[in-house]
Design a protein around this ligand. Structure first.
Ligand SMILES: [Zn+2]
Length: 421
C-alpha cells in the first residue's frame, strides 16, 4: 500500500482475542467448549453480534436464501468484484472456540484495519460466515457455500432435516426473520479472490514451530451411509441358519473396508456412526445403519477404495439386504498458485515464519475454489485438537494469521486488472 505502514500494522490482536472469547459465550458449554449448531438460536445470536461489530465500523451486512452472512466494505471502485475472506460460526456439538470463528474474526479484524488506516483498496472487501459448514445438525455440511457457488439446488438443500425433523428451509427462515434489517442478495456474486483463515486441526505447524501454514490444497473425501436390513429374532431360539443378523453382516463389512484402506498407510477410513435397531441385548438386530468417511490426497487412491467398498457391501451382506448411498464426493484439489504466492509474500514481508501444508479436513474454500481464485491460511492449534472443548490456539498465532490475511487481502484488493497474479 502507498502508506508507510502495511495494513497489518492496524490489526489489533487484543481485540481479535477478546472477540473470540465473546463469541464463545453463544452456545457455551460448561467445559469451556462451544455447542452452536448451524441455524440455531445460539448461532443467530452470534450472527447478530458479528453484524453489530460490522455496523459499528460502517460495514453493510447482506444475507441470502442460505442465510450466509456477508459484511461489505466498499472499495474505490464499487463495481469491481470483492475480495472475500471468512469461514463459519457453526460448531460441532462438542466444538471449541476457534474452528471457523477464527476465519470470520480475522476477516473482521482485516476490515477494522482498513477502516483504521484511512485508505480504501480498489476492490470492495467482504467478510463471510458460511451457513452449516459442520454438517452435524444438517448433513452433509457446507450447504451455504455449496448453494452460493451453484454446487447444489436450493430446493434439495432446504429439504434436508435435522434429527428433530426441522428442515434447513424452516431454520433458515427463522434466522432471516431474526435478522435486524439485513438485505437479501442473490447467490453467486462474482468474487475476485477468496481467502479462508482457519486453525490447522492437525499438528504439523505446531511440531515445526511455524505459526503460518500456506495451504496447498484439500484432500479428497467420499462419505457414505450404509443401511443393512435383516430381521429381528429371538436371541435364544432363532437358529443361526435362519437368522438375518444385520450387525454380523455389518461387522464383516467394516472389517473388510478397514483392510481395503490399509494401503497406502495415509489412507483414512472411519466408521464414526453406527445405529442398531432395535438395539436390545436379546434380539437379533433387524437393522444397522452406519457411516463411512474415506479420505486421501490422491484421487486415484480414494477411487480405488470406493470400488472396494461397493464390492464389499455386496459380497458380505449374506442373507441381509444392503443399501449404500454416497452422500458426498469431493475430489482432492490444489488451491490457486496466485493466492498461495500472495500469502507467502505477505508472511515473508512481515518476517513471520510460514510453510506449505495441505488440509486433511474439508472447508468452504473447497466450494469457492471452483468459482474464483481461492486459498487458505492455517494457524497452529494445540496438539492438533479440534471439534473438542479443549481446542486451543495461541493469541499470538491468531494475531499473526490476521496480519498475514490483512496484507494478502490488501494486495489482492489493489489489483487493477481481473487477474489475481
Ligand atoms: Zn471449520
Amino acid at each position: 500500500m502507498a502508506a508507510a505502514k502495511p495494513l497489518s500494522a492496524f490489526v489489533d490482536g487484543e481485540r481479535l482475542w477478546a472477540r473470540h472469547m465473546a463469541l464463545a459465550a453463544f452456545g457455551a458449554r460448561p467445559d469451556g467448549g462451544v455447542d452452536r449448531p448451524a441455524l440455531s438460536g445460539e448461532e443467530a445470536k452470534a450472527r447478530a453480534q458479528i453484524v453489530a461489530w460490522g455496523r459499528a465500523i460502517g460495514l453493510q451486512p447482506f444475507t441470502d436464501q442460505a442465510a450466509n452472512l456477508f459484511l461489505r466494505l466498499e472499495g474505490r471502485e464499487p463495481g469491481l468484484p470483492p475480495v472475500v475472506a471468512g469461514s463459519h460460526i457453526d460448531s460441532q456439538p462438542t466444538g471449541g472456540r476457534f474452528d471457523g470463528v477464527f476465519g470470520v474474526l480475522a476477516a473482521l479484524e482485516m476490515a477494522e484495519a482498513i477502516v483504521a488506516c484511512g485508505k480504501r483498496p480498489l476492490h470492495p472487501v467482504e467478510i463471510v460466515a458460511w451457513t452449516n459448514e459442520e454438517g452435524s445438525r444438517f448433513a452433509p455440511g457446507m450447504t451455504g457455500s455449496d448453494l452460493f457457488t451453484g454446487g447444489k439446488e436450493l430446493a434439495e438443500v432446504l429439504a434436508i432435516r435435522d434429527a428433530d425433523g426441522v428442515s434447513i428451509g424452516d431454520a433458515v427462515a427463522a434466522v432471516l426473520a431474526s435478522d435486524d434489517d439485513v438485505p437479501l442478495r442473490p447467490f453467486g456474486l462474482p468474487i475476485h479472490a477468496y481467502i479462508e483463515p482457519h486453525i490447522e486441526q492437525a499438528s504439523v505447524l505446531e511440531r515445526a514451530k511455524v505459526p503460518i501454514g500456506i495451504v496447498t490444497g484439500i484432500q479428497g473425501t467420499r462419505r457414505y451411509r450404509v443401511r443393512v436390513t435383516g430381521e429381528a429374532a429371538h436371541a435364544g431360539t432363532a437358529l443361526r441358519k435362519d437368522r438375518r443378523d444385520a450387525v454380523m453382516a455389518t461387522a464383516r463389512m467394516i472389517c473388510a473396508m478397514d483392510d481395503a484402506a490399509l494401503e497406502p498407510a495415509d489412507t483414512l477410513l472411519t466408521v464414526g456412526m453406527l445405529q442398531v435397531t432395535p438395539n436390545a441385548p436379546s434380539i437379533v438386530p433387524a437393522e444397522a445403519y452406519f457411516s463411512v468417511d474415506l479420505r486421501h490426497l490422491n484421487n486415484a487412491v480414494v477411487d480405488r477404495v470406493d470400488g472396494e467398498i461397493r464390492r464389499i457391501v455386496d459380497d458380505l451382506k449374506g442373507p441381509c439386504s444392503v443399501e449404500l448411498r454416497q452422500i458426498q464426493h469431493s475430489p482432492s484439489l490444489d488451491f490457486s498458485p496466485d493466492i498461495r504466492r500472495t500469502i507467502t509474500k505477505a508472511a515473508a514481508a512481515l518476517g513471520v515464519p510460514a510453510m506449505e501444508v495441505y488440509s486433511a479436513a474439508g472447508h468452504d474454500a473447497r466450494q469457492l475454489h471452483y468459482v474464483c481464485p481461492a486459498g487458505m491460511i492455517f494457524v497452529p492449534c494445540r496438539g492438533g485438537i479440534s471439534h473438542n472443548p479443549d481446542e486451543w490456539a495461541e493469541p499470538e498465532h491468531l494475531t499473526s494469521g490476521a496480519r498475514v490475511l490483512a496484507d494478502a487481502v490488501w494486495t489482492l484488493a489493489s489489483q487493477e486488472d481481473g487477474s489475481s497474479g
